[in-house]
Design a protein around this ligand. Structure first.
Ligand SMILES: Nc1ncnc2c1ncn2[C@@H]1O[C@H](COP(=O)(O)OP(=O)(O)OP(=O)(O)O)[C@@H](O)[C@H]1O
Ligand SMILES: [Mg+2]
Length: 230
């Protein structure tokens, strides 16, 4: 690496570090003040109001979630690639999500190739990636909608597609969605797609997003079928 490249890389990392630090501070600080307010109310003797306890619990849960996500992003770890049936796995993950209350207004359409397709993959990482992609679709369809989950063999790959008919992504923003901390949502930190992209990368796959404003979004993941003998 040349001296200029080295300096540029260091500068980029410094900027990234500052961004991460201020994000953590912001996300955690807001919730801590909610907790302090709740405790103040309890100390004043108002102990019969369930919303105070709920507020404290929610703030604590949010801090846990934010910290966990930052850690997954910062230290994704070495994937544990274990041979398994990816179709069966996709069926399990989507069926579980479908049964959740928050998806009650979303109609799931599953079109997963019936056959058993075995590939090496890290179940936890892949589950998180699928959840994040599907949750993005849910966020994009606040009044409900249709969510299609499809899989099909495509050459040396299995292609997994998640398609929603939600609000879509403006063309000029499409290039930013994989950037860490890019978010258009108030309560989120913008790490879902960065984490999903890394997961696909460590599986030697590809992830692509196509979207049209007001029409919907299509996330395509290609995962290699071959078992690499290493
Ligand atoms: N299916 C989708 N429909 C519309 N917009 C989307 C979709 N998926 C992603 N986006 C856009 O891309 C942005 C980045 O997505 P990403 O999942 O990385 O972060 P997030 O959902 O905002 O936060 P987090 O995933 O950390 O909770 C979103 O804020 C949203 O603007
Ligand atoms: Mg997300």
């Amino acid at each position: 690496m040349s001296a200029e490249q080295d300096t540029a890389e260091r500068k980029r990392w410094e900027e990234e570090r500052e961004k991460i630090a201020s994000m953590i501070a912001h996300e955690v600080r807001n919730r801590l003040s909610a907790i302090v307010t709740g405790v103040d109310i309890l100390e004043m003797g108002i102990v019969n109001n369930p919303s105070v306890y709920r507020g404290i619990r929610e703030a604590v849960q949010k801090i846990q979630e934010v910290v966990t996500r930052f850690l997954i992003y910062a230290r994704p770890g070495i994937p544990e690639l274990i041979n398994g049936d990816i179709n069966l796995f996709l069926m399990e993950v989507t069926t579980n999500l479908e049964s959740e209350k928050r998806f009650s207004r979303v109609k799931f359409e599953k079109d997963l190739t019936g056959e058993s397709i075995k590939i090496p993959f890290d179940r936890d990482m892949m589950r998180q990636a699928m959840i994040d992609i599907v949750l993005n679709s849910l966020d994009a369809m606040p009044d409900g909608g249709i969510l299609k989950v499809r899989s099909a063999k495509k050459g040396a790959f299995i292609e997994v597609r998640v398609i929603d008919n939600g609000i879509g992504i403006p063309r000029d923003k499409l290039g930013q969605i994989f950037q860490p901390f890019y978010t258009t949502k108030k309560e989120n930190i913008g790490l879902g797609l960065s984490i999903a992209e890394n997961t696909v990368k460590v599986h030697r796959g590809k992830i692509e997003v196509k979207s049209e404003k007001q029409k919907g979004t299509r996330v395509c993941i290609l995962l290699p079928l071959d078992k690499k003998k290493e």
